[in-house]
Design a protein around this ligand. Sequence first.
Ligand code: NI
Length: 172
Amino acid sequence: MAIRPIIFLPDKQLRLVSEPVVKIDKSVKELVADMFETMYDAPGVGLAAIQVGVPKRVITIDATRGDDEKDPIAMINPEIVWESDETIAHEEGCLSIPDYLDMVIRPERVRARFLDADGKQQEIEADGLLARVIQHEIDHINGVLFIDHLSKLKRDRVVKKFTKAAKRIAAE
Ligand code: NI
């Protein structure tokens, strides 16, 4: 296992639509293991493969908090098959947009279908933080970021800030 470098806004790869996984081979299993290590190290509650520069439809999640027992969930080719009409606003952040949090409105509950790391089809219904992370990470594999759910004014301001910071780092 290895920690992989996370890419940041405004890296254009974050806008790619990731490709479905056709075969869960050794490289996919290694990717999943590395993503968990990278996610826990960050630390974060979710990670999409594209955030480590791999445009594959793979996400890792652990929405447990504090001293709770870890609950790592790997989802391959995940899709949302149902979402509640009720929405909820909650503060969100992203490992690729560090130190920026804002309120995002999303469906409160979702049902997701996916393949686990053994290639078995699974379906889970989630609410709370888990529902939010599932939606956030599935957005990532479709090239969507949480700032896309904000007003254009706010989004432009964040992109500008990160673009400036990237230029500053490149110039150093
Ligand atoms: Ni994110």
